[in-house]
Design a protein around this ligand. Sequence first.
Ligand code: GLP
Length: 237
Amino acid sequence: MKLLQVKDSETMARRAADLIGAQLLLKPRCVLGLATGSTPIETYAELVRRFREGALDFSKVTTVNLDEYCGLTGENPQSYRYFMQQHLFGQVNIPPENTHLPNGAAADPAAECARYDQLIEELGGVDLQLLGIGHNGHIGFNEPDTAFTAPTHQVQLKEGTIQANARFFSSIEEVPKAALTMGMSAILRARKVLLLAGSDKAGILRAALYGPVTPQVPASLLQLHPDVTVITTGAVQ
Ligand code: GLP
């Protein structure tokens, strides 16, 4: 694992964009695993800036996002599809048909999860997976107690996660109680992992990186991965 402790979120975004940019240059036809949440927003803005400068080309890239809320369509401003459209897809030259998220509005969530795993397999897996981390150590929406081998599945969100994400909604009642998330198994199979964490996550990040590997802290499973880069503004060591 490579740990980069940086001084501010702007530096974090630049370092993350360097790594994602390098992936695009080395393999233009790559598969990027993408994340939502507030932490990667500046990284997406930096990627957009570099695209506008002509330094990056997304025309051959395919993306698979980690997760989506159940019951929300892509037109809903609270959906992760909408978030991605706003912050990245709508701002760069990625073909819309190359951008994938689980469909949270699918009538048959189990079939949708199976479709998503099949899609990731057909794409040849994820080259670089971008991750944030929840305050309880969740990755995507893999909440504590998720099996190491979980495929894409439907989860009931923990109360703390609902509260943490309520800031994006006008009231806590509007936060969906369930989501579809890529499982830890696909995340661990990504060839490279890039985890971003602000200083508010220092405690859980320390537990994830240096504590026991346990499903109680899903991010701790990343200790089993051979190529993880963590960029943080927090004092972890
Ligand atoms: C949500 C997302 C996660 C994200 C987490 C932390 O739960 N499903 O993928 O890592 O929020 O978000 P933030 O970066 O806003 O703290």
